[in-house]
Design a protein around this ligand. Structure first.
Ligand code: G4P
Length: 288
């Protein structure tokens, strides 16, 4: 298994985002609520610098609500503004405007003190691929979406999307590269669909997920696949593979000779996980 994190990718992404930072008031850092740390680019603080930032835990509909609250407390303990959202249905999205006002309060107050009418806040969405950037842009834009023309100081081709509220979004989000040299991070990103399955062995990803599920969501796993007994600790990959085999057998994922097709079994498990059929599951918890 060779996974490399190309510094060139990050340098390019960083440069592109830095260009856009000049144009905006606030950054929306989009993370996956199921894997808030693993879906975070480790260089984000360096990239965004002192620009006000709102952390959005997206796909909260798929995440464990209790753990999402722990993550919210965790981010707040570092003084961060954070909100859990579901960009697909729009849950939480309406609260973004209020949070932006809180973040930009000093700036807005200064404008008012100078007798100026505060203009809409300009925002840039950043996040790793597949975290929901386009979905959020579309949701914020809604039916009132109006793409405004080029403006002075705006790089040619970049446009502002006026949302219903007092917010304008850059139409192209900043794409961040996930860093997954750490195999566990890679497994989590593959499990949630942030990185392509081909990058990692799908069976290995499934075994990793099974170890976590057995420990944290044992009853859910037992109920879903009718597993008779399931230890809460699957100490190694062989133990997890045994559970995967059982799932495969129960789901009819068979290869020739009545043997279980592990690849198919892994596909069933990961599809169930991603679609929410296994319930609301978070794959990492904050260390408090
Ligand atoms: P990106 O721009 O950051 O690359 O991500 P994009 O918006 O394309 O979203 C990636 C996938 O995540 C899409 O699913 C999208 O529907 C889904 N998604 C985005 N936000 C949410 C959310 O809050 N909750 C849930 N459950 N899903 C979300 P897809 O598989 O590409 O298409 P489809 O499943 O919608 O057909």
């Amino acid at each position: 298994m060779t996974i490399q994190w190309f510094p060139g990718h990050m340098t390019r992404a960083k440069r592109q985002i830095e260009e856009k930072l000049k144009l905006i008031d606030v950054v929306f850092e989009l993370l996956d609520a199921r894997v808030p740390m693993s879906s975070r680019n480790p260089m984000i603080d360096e990239i965004v610098g002192p620009k006000p930032r709102l952390i959005l835990l997206n796909k909260a509909d798929l995440a464990d609500a209790e753990t999402t609250n722990k993550w919210i407390d965790w981010f707040r303990s570092f003084g961060r503004e954070v909100l859990a959202i579901d960009a697909n249905t729009g849950t939480g999205v309406k609260e973004i405007g209020g949070r932006v006002k809180t973040l930009l309060k000093e700036k807005i107050d200064r404008q008012i003190a100078k007798g100026m009418k505060p203009r809409p806040a300009r925002a840039l969405i950043v996040g790793i691929p597949n975290v929901g950037k386009s979905t959020l842009i579309n949701k914020l834009a809604g039916r009132t979406a109006a793409v405004t023309g080029d403006r002075p100081g705006v790089t040619k081709g970049q446009q502002w999307i006026r949302t219903g509220g007092e917010l304008e979004l850059l139409d192209t989000p900043g794409i961040l590269w996930p860093k997954f040299e750490d195999p566990e991070v890679g497994f989590k990103l593959a499990a949630t669909g942030a990185i392509k399955e081909e990058v990692l062995q799908i069976e290995e990803v499934a075994c990793y997920v099974l170890q976590w599920l057995a420990a944290e969501y044992g009853d859910t796993l037992k109920d879903r696949y009718g597993l008779a007994d399931l230890p809460s600790e699957l100490p190694d990959i062989a133990a997890a593979a045994g559970v995967l085999e059982e799932i495969g057998r129960r789901r009819g994922c068979l290869a020739g000779g009545g043997h279980v097709d592990y690849t198919k079994a892994a596909g069933v498990l990961l599809r169930d996980l991603r679609s929410g059929k296994l319930g609301r599951i978070t794959l990492e918890a904050p260390v408090i």
